[in-house]
Design a protein around this ligand. Structure first.
Ligand code: CS2
Length: 486
């Protein structure tokens, strides 16, 4: 079968949406660090649509480690398919990706792209761990990648180091019209990124740090679209629909939202014309999304996995599981969000639960369960902190924490690993305390990189212990009774 590329675009079925601009005549204006599935399903799509309104905003993707995206897309002119799986499905060819680089082999090209005067935006989806932050959200100067980049600033291995190396050149060239936009699920993502970049620059050159602080904007954002990882079924389904092979199509739900703080140090694509919300304050959108969607996602991921469930749809389709999620939202999550008249939180939560009921999306709980040590602080623990401040219960919020601990224990006992920057540490604790969930719970709760001051909160510790005990015998058969007791 022929491959998706510029020469086969004309042969695609008429119902397949295509770029509404001259892709070949459009040049790079954005560098994206971490071009994984979510970037290609979200920012790249908005940017592709925005280019119909003009401007050179194609994207040079920079993979920090993996070569697979470059290898897969290079054979198809960096085109790829967005497959929207919902009640009204459609497929859209995205032409926004101009080049795909890998840090280990394309360093010169990457620096040329980052420092080009025509590059006015850097976006990032590097996941929580990519920011090299400590448990207070500040740059961890002892992080191995930061230590490396401090010693070898011209050969950075971290996104932070790469940005500083590029900004150093841009300062020398007086090319300050560039905005750096975090698109990851962490609170105050832009502010934290900017502070980390300035802190790292300060380690090298205080004048550069001052220049960055003065000239470069790091807007906060909220990003949202459920984007399951690409699987072989999607590749086959897409080939059948297109009549050509796309080696890395992307799938997502129809819903997509991007809220961006209106704070830019240079030009930007016509994102506002294609549904992106610009606002002076992202915080309500960010807090609601991280706690209502991502907090319940992680709860489903760990409790569902303990009950032998594979996908979000299957989990939320269990009446007892959905009833528990509704209780968690109503009793302990929504009360921590002060939306005033700006947002109908109850309707917002209902919409998210409806999105979970999308039977066309096979969103694996195993994917959501990745990186729990990095995700839980933003999705669950900050909510616990607000409940403690309010002298309110956090019994239900302790359930995903307890389920995460049991998830680690279960994976270690089965001789399986977990995907998490702290995997080695957490699995070693599970091995050391094998068969003793009380001791393992104490040991995990002592991990200050995850729990910070909550490690010292006896009421929190006791509550988590209590939920671990209740959940430790949960099975598919006992799920209803177990969740009903919580
Ligand atoms: C998910 C998110 O994998 C996960 O941790 O909770 O990727 C989630 O699908 C997105 O944030 C939805 O916008």
């Amino acid at each position: 079968m022929a491959r998706l590329n510029f020469s086969t675009l004309a042969d695609l079925p008429s119902e397949v949406k295509q770029p509404q601009y001259d892709v070949n005549a459009t040049t790079t204006g954005i560098v994206h660090i971490g071009p994984g599935a979510f970037h290609r399903a979200h920012q790249a799509v908005y940017t592709d649509l925005a280019m119909a309104h003009g401007g050179n905003w194609r994207i040079d993707g920079v993979s920090m480690r993996s070569k697979s995206l470059k290898e897969k897309l290079s054979g198809q002119d960096n085109l790829f398919s967005l497959v929207v799986l919902d009640n009204e499905p459609y497929t859209q060819i995205i032409g926004a990706m101009n080049n795909v680089y890998v840090l280990g082999e394309d360093r010169d090209a990457i620096m040329a792209s980052l420092t080009a005067p025509a590059t006015h935006i850097v976006t990032l989806t590097i996941t929580e761990k990519g920011y090299c932050l400590d448990n207070q959200g500040k740059l961890d100067a002892a992080h191995p990648d930061i230590l490396h980049d401090k010693d070898f600033p011209e050969e950075p291995v971290s996104a932070i180091g790469l940005l500083v190396a590029a900004l150093k050149v841009r300062k020398e060239n007086d090319a300050s019209e560039i905005t750096i936009v975090s698109c990851d699920n962490l609170s105050d993502n832009g502010s934290k990124l900017g502070a980390a970049v300035v802190a790292f620059a300060q380690l090298l050159d205080s004048e550069l740090a001052a220049w960055i602080s003065k000239n470069i904007c790091f807007p906060n954002t909220m990003v949202d679209s459920i984007t399951p990882a690409t699987d072989d079924a999607l590749v086959s389904q897409t080939a059948a629909a297109l009549g050509v092979t796309d080696e890395w199509p992307i799938q997502r739900e129809a819903f997509t939202q991007w809220v961006v703080e209106d704070k830019f140090s240079g030009p930007r694509p016509a994102w506002d014309k294609v549904g992106v919300t610009f606002t002076d304050d992202v915080h309500l959108f960010e807090k609601a999304k991280l706690r209502v969607l991502n907090g319940t996602h992680s709860t489903l991921a760990y409790t569902g996995t303990l009950c032998g469930i594979d996908t979000v749809f299957e989990a939320i389709s269990k009446p007892d599981m959905e009833a528990f999620i509704c209780r968690l939202l109503k009793e302990e999550i929504l009360p921590t969000i002060d939306a005033g008249d700006k947002m109908d939180l109850s309707a917002y939560a209902d919409d998210i639960l409806n999105r979970y009921h999308n039977k066309h999306i096979r969103h694996l709980l195993a994917q959501i369960a990745w990186d729990g040590s990095q995700k839980l602080p933003f999705r669950i623990l900050n909510t616990v902190r607000d409940r403690i401040k309010a002298k309110a219960s956090f019994n239900l919020l302790s359930v995903p924490v307890a389920a995460w601990i049991l998830f680690i224990a279960k994976r270690q006992a089965a001789g399986e690993t977990i995907t998490d920057p702290m995997a080695e540490r957490l699995l070693s604790l599970a091995e050391k305390h094998s068969g003793d969930t009380k001791a393992l719970t104490d040991a995990v709760l002592n991990e200050r990189d995850v729990f910070a001051e909550l490690s010292d909160n006896q009421a929190f510790r006791d509550t988590v212990h209590g939920q671990v005990e209740k959940l430790s015998n949960i099975t598919p058969e006992t799920m209803a009774a177990c969740l009903g007791e919580l």
